[in-house]
Design a protein around this ligand. Structure first.
Ligand SMILES: Cc1cc2nc3c(=O)[nH]c(=O)nc-3n(C[C@H](O)[C@H](O)[C@H](O)COP(=O)(O)OP(=O)(O)OC[C@H]3O[C@@H](n4cnc5c(N)ncnc54)[C@H](O)[C@@H]3O)c2cc1C
Length: 307
């Protein structure tokens, strides 16, 4: 496990200015499918001029945008263009802690989260791209009555939706996570199916897979506006030119609202700030552990601890 993460940390993707340069280190060699490289010229402005018209433009190459682009390309919507103002797959998504938990606050989110876990488990088979993940399960700890009620609701909702979740005693929780202090624990839940992974694998894998399906990648290309006529978007305006399209996906992450406002839309998304502390090997256990009081998540063997 350590070996895998060491490789992720030492071999960041180098997309180059055009985004089409092959990464220097071997693990990422298949990043751009050879035919895609041959088809695509290197300068974004040349690309924009050549593209002129496309079936769909996806703005943002994080986990969300790269996944949408891949699934559109897989669904034979062609051509698909994936645009990012920076290097591809370089912003929030690769900086996350990489925890993927099945239990969420609503039924819809729980179903989506479980689908996400299944997608990660089947990622390599579906896309042909490597996916290293760990499935140690997770503990959630409550030390206040409010958090205890929340965990009890999680158990009720999770079990109703078929998630393997249950309350465990403080002693059992400590057995699973020896670092845990049991004093003051009012409730703890354990979910064996929860996973974690080096999160950059998701957008990087989807970007590569999109390219293999013939999608066009436009890194270092900022969307600055939209051409709108009769209330419909007709084109995407970038700092390298304009692309005509009828379908636009705003997957700009923390910038979703800003990008939507270019078309007069009001996106219901708000960015929240997280903090990331990295330490290597600070725990003996392999379990993901979350404390509701401190809002801290911990796991071992990975590159990060996040709150
Ligand atoms: C420290 C930290 C820890 C986290 N831990 C977890 C976790 O354990 N589990 C979990 O599920 N989630 C976690 N998250 C949340 C998760 O990382 C985000 O929800 C997710 O990465 C968002 O993906 P995205 O594709 O929406 O955004 P991003 O990855 O940010 O992608 C958006 C892209 O849009 C591009 N863009 C923006 N504006 C424009 C424009 N005008 N033109 C062109 N491109 C543009 C950006 O450059 C960016 O690349 C964490 C987040 C942080 C910060």
């Amino acid at each position: 496990m350590q070996k895998h993460f060491a490789r992720f940390e030492k071999a960041p993707l180098n997309f180059g200015k055009s985004g089409l340069a092959l990464p220097s280190s071997r693990p990422w060699a298949p990043f751009v499918h050879k035919s895609a490289v041959e088809r695509q010229p290197k300068k974004p402005d040349t690309l924009c001029r050549m593209l002129q018209e496309t079936a769909a433009v996806v703005i943002g190459s994080g986990a969300l945008g790269s996944s949408v682009a891949y699934h559109l390309a897989k669904g034979r919507l062609s051509p698909v263009v994936l645009i990012d103002q920076h290097e591809l797959a370089s912003q929030t998504s690769p900086r996350a802690a990489g925890l993927s938990s099945a239990i969420r606050k609503s039924e819809l989110m729980t179903r989506l989260a479980r689908l996400g876990i299944e997608k990660i488990r089947g990622f390599a088979a579906e896309t042909g791209e490597e996916m290293v993940y760990f499935q140690p399960g997770s503990l959630r700890i409550a030390r206040t009555s409010g958090h205890e009620q929340q965990l009890r609701r999680d158990v009720e909702r999770g079990q109703r939706l078929g998630v393997n979740i249950d309350l465990v005693s403080p002693a059992k929780a400590q057995e699973l996570m020896p670092l845990l202090e049991t004093a003051g624990i009012r409730a703890a839940t354990y979910v064996p199916e929860d996973i974690y992974l080096e999160p950059g694998q998701v957008p990087r894998g989807y970007v590569r897979a999109t390219a293999k399906l013939g999608g066009t990648l436009l890194p270092n290309t900022r969307v600055t506006g939209f051409g709108v006529k009769d209330g419909c978007i007709r084109s995407v305006i970038t700092d390298h030119g304009e692309i005509r399209t009828a379908i636009v996906v705003d997957a700009a992450g923390a910038w979703t609202r800003l990008v939507g406002s270019f078309a007069g839309a009001r996106a219901g998304a708000i960015a929240t700030r997280h903090q990331l502390i990295s330490r290597s090997r600070f725990l003996e256990s392999n379990l993901i552990t979350r404390s509701r009081v401190w809002s801290i998540a911990m796991y071992t063997s990975g590159p990060a601890m996040a709150d």
